[in-house]
Design a protein around this ligand. Structure first.
Ligand code: WT7
Length: 656
């Protein structure tokens, strides 16, 4: 395990416990540990019966014949033979049941422009957009890439794909042109939807221009659909005749009627690319029925969604959190939500709290990295606002340090809001470990207990139960990934080989405490969690070695005050090349271009060699010791021990 994990081990001295506030529990969907335990036991004893009953809450054009088919494990199938549609369950169902006038989105752009859409209005927009997609030749099963800022049109585009059975692959708008190309090529997208631009921290992002560069050589792309961001924004877009279309032109004259396609429960809903331990991101596959049922129920119970809630998840739809807990989960529950385009510190550090006050947000879901930034910016930004509407807080993306948890609880939540620390992944589709807000006594830094139907365990490499070790999930659940697009072998190797196919392996370390609570200790593979974003060290390493002066590189994760983890790159440069600031700048530019600015390393260190074993394996553990200024671990297996001394000196000199 990495040193990062050792740092989190230190939470083992954290023994504070917070009972769910009585006022909250009273009205909650689920309250009382006995209720949770009984429901949990039932869900584990007969998962098929349990999930079958949950699925009945939703609309199916045709009921499923078989709840779970595990005959081709790990290729699980849920609700086999069932026909449904996620957009229908997010929109039409509410309109049909008299909730059409409920606001769905309370949107605010970074410059302060606003838009509100009821469920009825959103449905209408989605139908128009779905017809526009059809007009461009998009059919069920076609892949559609989406590269948009956080504007309502993003939700519309995603739901329009779901409505007609096109497979969306949303690419976070902070990714570079090269990343767009890799994703589009991997899935063979026919269409990419983008905007002229968007706002971030007062600057305009010229998204269409980035798309143009990214898709220049992508043979699968037949069309580009460009949405005007609107408001004051005006960006010149070069429109390629025959390929590029303004959305407003394609939408004009489309019908507001577009029946939801009756999709098979196992029809592919979306691909979302995430980093792994190789240089190539994985296209995580989620299908319709199981993902639908799982995001519906987790959102309902973990955020205790109620008719009068105003829910705000601050994630971007470009990540799984936005898919499951902005679009699909909350919308299936018919809740009103805030959607915000921009940065938390624009125009000042108080922006989020101004939004909470303005819309009377009741439920606020964010990431530890954001919480640590708020702490740093100072309490005065919060104390001058009325945050009394808040009743529930959530966190996701990385382990939250107890200090940040306590601050969140006291300063944001006024000591009255339960906190749900939700552990899950792109691959799990929805939340797996989390307190239930009306039930579970919480501990700062702890994701506590499994959700219904989830059977986690902490195991050794050999598969024996342990107090601390590797997290495992013993049973399939409806939201589980169905594969890695185009790479069945990698799917099996990554998630199913650890214990000979018996359990799902998420790649995290964990420990269980005396109450049976699960504490996540961080990744145990070569994946680093920077501000809650997963970055594979191999991805960066493969970028650096593209530079003609670079021989080799090793990238590691180190603890970072705000980001949770930051990246440090050790780079071996050719004897003939200069090791100077100019080279560092070039390498950083390469990262911007290959991945995006968010993947920039904190530090780059040049060296004549890297610490290696006699068999040539890079000893990352030693690099971490160096980067953390620790006493070096065992160096006896090194081929050349002087290398580490050199690096250690260089690192220390650089930090003075
Ligand atoms: C990895 C998944 C799930 C949406 C955002 C990230 C880490 C996530 C927690 C948490 C400790 C967490 C894990 C996981 N992680 N939530 N509450 N406590 N660690 O999705 O990019 O798929 O990353 O994020 O290491 O494996 P992702």
């Amino acid at each position: 395990m990495s040193d990062q994990n050792e740092a989190y081990q230190s939470y083992s001295h954290e023994h504070r416990k917070f009972a769910p506030p009585a006022a909250f529990s009273k009205g909650a969907h689920i309250f009382g540990m006995e209720t949770y335990q009984a429901e949990y036991d039932r869900s584990i004893a007969d998962p098929e019966k349990y999930w079958g009953e949950v699925a009945e809450d939703l609309h199916w054009f045709k009921k499923w014949d078989q709840t779970l088919d595990a005959s081709e494990a790990p290729f699980f199938k849920w609700f086999v033979g069932g026909k449904t549609n996620l957009a229908y369950n997010c929109l039409d169902r509410h309109v049909a049941e008299g909730r059409g006038e409920t606001p769905a989105l309370l949107w605010e752009g970074e410059p302060g422009d606003r838009r509100q859409l009821t469920y009825r209005e959103l449905l209408k927009e989605v139908c128009h957009f779905a017809n526009a997609l059809k007009g461009l030749g998009i059919k069920k099963g076609d892949r559609v890439a989406i590269y948009l800022p956080m504007i309502p049109d993003l939700a519309v585009a995603v739901l329009a794909c779901a409505r007609i059975g096109a497979v969306h692959t949303v690419i976070f708008a902070g990714f570079s042109a090269d990343s767009i190309r890799d994703r589009v090529d991997d899935c063979g997208a026919k269409l990419i939807i983008t905007a002229d631009g968007g706002y971030r921290r007062g600057k305009v992002l010229a998204l269409k221009a980035i798309v143009d560069e990214g898709i220049a050589d992508c043979s699968s792309i037949e069309a580009v659909l460009v949405i005007r961001r609107g408001g004051a924004l005006s960006v010149e877009c070069a429109m390629q005749a025959g390929r590029d279309h303004w959305a407003e032109d394609v939408l004009e004259g489309t019908s507001p009627d577009c029946p939801a396609e009756e999709l098979d429960a196992e029809d592919l809903l979306f691909l979302l690319y995430t980093s792994g331990t190789t240089g190539k991101p994985k296209g995580i596959m989620h299908t319709t029925g199981g993902y639908m049922v799982y995001t519906y129920l987790t959102a309902k119970y973990i955020f205790d969604l109620q008719a009068n809630d105003v829910y705000w998840c601050t994630a971007d739809v470009g990540w799984i959190t936005g898919h499951s807990y902005i679009i699909y989960g909350p919308m299936q529950n018919g809740v009103t939500q805030v959607m915000y385009e921009g940065a938390p510190d624009f125009p000042d550090y108080g922006r989020f709290w101004e939004i909470v006050e303005r819309y009377k947000v009741t439920t606020f879901y964010t990431a530890p990295t954001a919480i640590r930034a708020f702490m740093k910016w100072g309490d005065e930004w919060l104390t001058k606002r009325d945050l009394s509407s808040l009743r529930l807080l959530g966190t996701v993306g990385e382990p939250i340090n107890p200090e940040a948890w306590i601050w969140y609880h006291a300063v944001v939540g006024g000591e009255r809001c339960p906190i749900v620390d939700t552990w899950w992944q792109t691959e799990t589709g929805g939340i797996m470990l989390s307190p239930l807000p009306g039930v579970t006594p919480t501990k700062p830094g702890c994701a506590t207990l499994p959700f219904f139907g989830i059977e986690p365990a902490v195991l050794t490499e050999e598969g024996d139960p342990a107090d601390a070790g590797l997290l495992a999930i013993r049973k399939p659940w409806p939201g589980i990934l169905r594969g890695i697009y185009g790479d069945a072998q990698r799917f099996k190797e990554t998630y199913w080989c650890k214990w000979k196919g018996a359990h799902y392996f998420p790649g995290d370390g964990a420990r269980i405490d005396e109450d049976g609570y699960f504490w996540i200790l961080g990744r145990v593979d070569d994946v680093v969690n920077v501000s809650g974003h997963r970055i594979g060290t191999a991805e960066l390493e493969s970028v650096f070695v593209e530079h003609p002066s670079v021989v080799e590189s090793a990238v590691i994760g180190v603890p970072h005050e705000i980001k949770g983890q930051g990246l440090v790159a050790f780079v071996t440069v050719k004897m003939s090349a200069k090791h100077d600031e100019a080279l560092k700048k070039e390498l950083v530019t390469m990262v911007d271009k290959a991945i995006g600015k968010f993947a920039r390393p904190e530090r780059i260190l040049f060296s004549s060699d890297l610490p290696k074993t006699r068999s040539g394996k890079i000893m990352r553990r030693l690099l971490r010791d160096i980067a953390e200024g620790k006493a070096l671990g065992n160096t006896t297996t090194l081929a050349d021990p002087s290398i580490v001394e050199q690096l250690q000196k260089q690192y220390a000199d650089g930090t003075k």
